[in-house]
Design a protein around this ligand. Structure first.
Ligand SMILES: [Zn+2]
Length: 143
């Protein structure tokens, strides 16, 4: 399986840890959106699309965010030891992700290469972002 296309949406603030959103296409046939490129302490890394984990209230079975202190459904105080306070992995679960290091490496290589190329393109006056954003229209970053 090969990454045949990467679309990047650069974030405006270079100081922000969130450098860009991107989508990747596999073999010209399957697209995964909402990947994030994050500037980590050991260099940029790719965060897979994820959702917030929830836990069920023992009183009313309503689903609550892991960090919620009170139940959305019945208002009872929720136990505080439902997750490690330090673990992002306990708060979010990846929706789509590589299952081995070789695939992760393949994706990272393709995305980081595309990020570098996008930054060069973004410095051109006629730059147009190609990331299909359903939330907002990409603006031309000229100037
Ligand atoms: Zn409840």
């Amino acid at each position: 399986m090969e990454v045949t296309e990467v679309r990047i949406k650069l974030m405006g603030n270079e100081d922000d840890r969130l450098q860009a959103f991107c989508s990747i296409t596999f073999d010209g046939e399957f697209v995964v959106r909402d990947l994030k490129i994050i500037d980590g302490q050991r260099g940029p890394f790719i965060a897979m699309p994820s959702r917030k984990l929830t836990t069920k209230c023992v009183g009313c079975t309503a689903k609550n965010e892991v960090r919620a202190r009170f139940c959305n459904g019945c208002g009872r105080r929720l136990p505080e030891d439902r997750s490690n306070s330090d673990g992002r992995s306990r708060l979010f679960a990846d929706i789509a992700h590589p299952i081995n290091g070789a695939c992760r490496q393949k994706i990272e290589t393709a995305v980081l290469k595309a990020l570098a190329e996008e930054r060069i393109r973004a410095s051109q006056p006629d730059y147009v972002c190609t990331y299909d954003d359903f939330d907002e229209v990409c603006t031309n970053r000229s100037g």
